[in-house]
Every structure is written in structure tokens, then in C-alpha cells.
Design a binder for this molecule. Structure first.
Ligand SMILES: [Zn+2]
Length: 257
């Protein structure tokens, strides 16, 4: 039986890195895919196709390219709303439309359905998290935001922010991390960004690159028991993940003899 909620914000206790890009496919995505290929790196893309004005045929081709080149696809809503502000009917439409789009573009028939969902802004209610889990999704969060969407962000500011965040998150302890960036924002310096991630994490620190799904599987057994893989090293919470855990624990308490 599925746990009440399946969610993660880190990759357990060993040195793993899940590199993730949100909000695509965008015009800049093809450059990013080129750089990932050149550097032999794989990422997980969380898609929100109708969020920005884009050519949907080009987007569709990019989805297929992501899959063909071995990247993982997750869903990130259709129009990128703050899901805390939408009624249930719109919530399910946001999930259905992006899932249908990806399935159609994959060229692999209706059997291709991503099993991860990342809520825009990390905004998700307990009820929505439970609903997504019942649909078979893992809720995908992150513990290191590259802050590439900040005004004036550039490679230097992003590197500084990630190093700072790594020190705070890790506090000297090894563990798996989920790094968040955005196709559109990394855009023109995607080559520098991908080389930085490879050099800093893989070559210098010995991280193993993993997909979002593998990241979730790396959770320690205690986290897996609750269905929620938190980062025990950090007090970072974009969503009310502590509340979710409390809810799961209370429910267990109620059903225990
Ligand atoms: Zn987003």
C-alpha cells in the first residue's frame, strides 16, 4: 500500500545530486540539452508548458529530445499557478493537461506518464499532496535553490549562492542534494552552469548524479517509512512538510493498537 504522502526534498545520506530544471520547455532548453550532452550529465526536467508564451510544437519536440537523451521528466503544472489558490477541479486539470501533453509528445503512446510532480513555488496543501500520492505521483521538492531567478543573477551569483547554501544545508555532513534551476534563466550561460555543477559536485566532491526517482529511492528507511524524505540537515521548508509528517505520524498513532 502506498504511504499517505510520497515526497522528497533530498536524496538520503550519501553523496548524490539530483540536478533539476523547472518551467520548460523554453527556447533556451535546446542549448541546455546541448551542454548536458556535451558534459555527459543527466537532469530531471519539471515541465510547465503553458506557463510562458512558447511554440507548442517546438516544446513538444524538446520533450521528446529530453526523453531520447535519457533525462527524466516530471510535471510542474500546466499554467504554473500557486496551487494553494486553486479549487480542486482546477488542480486536477493542471495535472491532467501537462501529463497528457508529455504523454503525447513522448511519441511512446499513452503508457508514458511521468510519476513525479513538483508544485510551482513549492506551494502544496496536505490534501493536494495526498491526492497526488493517490494518483501515483511522488512530490518532488528541493533543498538547494540556485536562485537563478533572482534579479541580475549570473554565474558568479549562482555559484556563490550554491556554495553558501551547501555550507548551511550540509553543516559538514554528507548527504544527497536536490539542486533547483530553471531552463529559461540558465539560458545564455547554460554551458558555464553545467560545467560548474560537474566540476564542483562530481569532480571535486565526488557526488553521483541521480534522477529524481533515484533520489527518492535513496531516502533512509526512517524517511521511507513515513513516505516523506526530508533533509535532516536543514531547516529549509518551502512547503509545510513538517505538518505533513506530523499528520502522517498522528494518523499512524490513531491506527496503532
Ligand atoms: Zn516553476
Amino acid at each position: 500500500m502506498l504511504p499517505m504522502i510520497r515526497a522528497y526534498e533530498s536524496c538520503g545520506t550519501t553523496r548524490k545530486l539530483s540536478l533539476s530544471f523547472d518551467d520548460g520547455p523554453a527556447n533556451e532548453t535546446s542549448m541546455l540539452l546541448d551542454e548536458l550532452k556535451t558534459n555527459n550529465m543527466l537532469a530531471t526536467f519539471f515541465l510547465s508548458p503553458a506557463a510562458w508564451r512558447s511554440d507548442s510544437l517546438k516544446q513538444c519536440a524538446l520533450v521528446k529530445r529530453m526523453i531520447d537523451e535519457g533525462h527524466e521528466i516530471g510535471l510542474h503544472s500546466w499554467t504554473h499557478p500557486d496551487l494553494l489558490n486553486v479549487p480542486k477541479s482546477q488542480f486536477t486539470e493542471e495535472v491532467r493537461l501537462v501529463s497528457d501533453f508529455v504523454s503525447k509528445c513522448s511519441g511512446r503512446g499513452d503508457g508514458f506518464r511521468p510519476n513525479q510532480f513538483r508544485p510551482p513555488f513549492g506551494s502544496l496543501s496536505l490534501e493536494q499532496a495526498k491526492l497526488l500520492t493517490s494518483y501515483g505521483f511522488i512530490v518532488s521538492l528541493w533543498n538547494i535553490d540556485s536562485k537563478d531567478t533572482a534579479d541580475g543573477a549570473n554565474l558568479t551569483s549562482i555559484e556563490d549562492f550554491i556554495s553558501q547554501r551547501l555550507r548551511v544545508v550540509a553543516d559538514g555532513k554528507v548527504g544527497g542534494n536536490v539542486l533547483l534551476a530553471h531552463d529559461r534563466r540558465i539560458g545564455g550561460f547554460s554551458g558555464d552552469f553545467v560545467r560548474y555543477v560537474k566540476s564542483e559536485f562530481v569532480e571535486l566532491q565526488g557526488y553521483e548524479m541521480v534522477s529524481g526517482t533515484d533520489c527518492y529511492e535513496q531516502c533512509d528507511s526512517r524517511s521511507r517509512d513515513s513516505g516523506i524524505c526530508i533533509d535532516p540537515r536543514a531547516e529549509f521548508r518551502t512547503v509545510q512538510i513538517r505538518d505533513w509528517i506530523n499528520h502522517v505520524e498522528q494518523s499512524k498513532g490513531r491506527t496503532s493498537p
